[in-house]
Design a protein around this ligand. Sequence first.
Ligand SMILES: *Cc1c(COP(=O)(O)O)cnc(C)c1O
Length: 388
Amino acid sequence: MSIPYGKQDINDEDIAAVIAVLQSDFLTQGPQVPLFEGAIKEAVNAQYAIAVNSATSALHIACLALGVGKGDLVWTTPISFVASANCALYCGASVDFVDIDANTYNLSAQHLQQKLEYARVHGLALPKVVIPVHLSGQSCAMQKIHHLGQEYGFSIIEDASHAIGGHYQGNNIGACQFSDITIFSFHPVKIITTAEGGVATTNNASLAQKMTLLRSHGITRDPSLMNHSSEDNCYYEQICLGFNYRMTEMQAALGVSQMHRLQSFVSERNRLAIRYDRLLEALPVQLPQQMAETYSSRHLYIIRLRLDKISLTAKAVFLLLREKGIGVNLHYFPIHMQPYYQKLGFITGKLPEAELYYKNALSLPLFHKMTLAEQDKVIEVLSEVLLS
Ligand SMILES: *Cc1c(COP(=O)(O)O)cnc(C)c1O
């Protein structure tokens, strides 16, 4: 039996909530989605929440709502899931990458500033949108990124797929204090799950309205948005080109039920992460650093192997751990090095921190229901491998 790097926690209440929906009148477009959106708004302290069928869809409609289109440029980090960059390409825009911070592995505000200055001095295009990703659940340096946004005129989408339940400067991630839109993912490996699912939060009424339209075919029943008036209450109009990105009622009901345990999921992950910190201290690895003003949801526990201090290659360590039943993973292979992005013309060698990171980063198993015995097993096997 191997120990996975992440795993959902489904209890009897979750199951009962989904069954109740299956026995009700609405499997889609019923009361559960608004209830789930309400739970998200309340938990993160945002004015609007638009639930969709994945975080990838949320990123897509967030970009579109901010006007991203052909000829525009979106910047993000190379150390993320591919969806953080693909969303720009869906809109016909171009994407570019900002190198990561050596301590947090998040998009570096310093590198962002340098890249912006360089673009301005050389008359190059500036980004329309920047998408910082809160890797592992630890917030990026949002205040500084927001400041740069004001100076250079770009909008900000926080990809908080890992980060629900986290804080930055005492505010909930998702409150959009320093961004236009925040998106979350509810894939089963993330903090809470709806199987597939995502949400976009914002405090901007116009962005919320646009994303609501884009989620469901560009169709509205709101008379104030329609071109023609009608007495018929079945009348609707399509006023833009949207998609079917709706979340089902079963998913939303599961989400409502999971949200009851958000705080306990995050505190348990923090407890396990701190225990890892203590028990891995003597090993030849760099432990994940937590910045001041951040409280991470601890989606991932990423260590960096000190390859100068061990006799094995990173690949050998990875394979040995897998062989011994420890479900280690790499988050992430740099996006600009993916074959698809290489075909688009991205070259390796220009994002040194990200490229160094992928050579020695390793995610250890961490999930809410992980037992101390399982954690001890991970530590024991890792020590055995690294000290061999
Ligand atoms: C999981 C993830 C996504 C995509 O989420 P889906 O809900 O699977 O579409 C996007 N960005 C990051 C950083 C992720 O980890």
